[in-house]
Design a protein around this ligand. Structure first.
Ligand code: 5GP
Ligand code: ZN
Length: 132
């Protein structure tokens, strides 16, 4: 099956476009988790942020930064989450690198997500030894 985000980037499938230049396209998520939930997507196909080269990373995150500021101002958001899922266990459902820009509000009726970091009881030196 063709990649849905490649199809959107090529203009063959419609999307509610927020921004576009030659390298990046940003559009509203079809199943928004908050008011203004936007996806920032490179036009070239790459699986996730770990597979993308530095130029693509710069373009996608640079766009996300600028667009985040605009969304915050225009929508009256009080905060913003930036999220990029990689792999099924992380919740990636479209295997074309994308960044979620999720405006956050004091008014909880404008959002439908919960994002909680529960603490784990870990020996951090053991963790570090594995990474280094
Ligand atoms: P993931 O779960 O891979 O991090 O995020 C993929 C996101 O893409 C989901 O939030 C989903 O709602 C959105 N999505 C999937 N297909 C389409 C589509 O055809 N159009 C738009 N605008 N969003 C899509
Ligand atoms: Zn693709």
């Amino acid at each position: 099956m063709d990649c849905i985000f490649c199809e959107i980037a090529a203009g063959r499938i419609p999307a509610k476009k927020v921004f576009e230049d030659e390298d990046v396209i940003a559009f509203l998520d079809v199943n928004p988790t908050s008011f203004g939930h936007t996806l920032v997507v490179p036009k070239t196909h790459v699986k996730n942020f770990m597979e993308a080269d530095a130029a693509i990373i710069g373009k996608v995150f640079g766009t996300a930064s600028a667009l985040g500021k605009i969304l915050q101002e225009k929508l009256g958001a009080s905060g913003m989450n930036l999220l990029s899922n990689a792999g099924e266990s992380a919740g990636q459902s479209v295997d074309h690198f994308h960044v979620h820009l999720i405006p956050r509000y004091d008014d909880r009726t404008k959002e439908a997500l919960t994002l909680e970091f529960g603490p784990m009881d870990l020996d951090l030196d053991q963790v570090l030894a594995k990474i280094r």
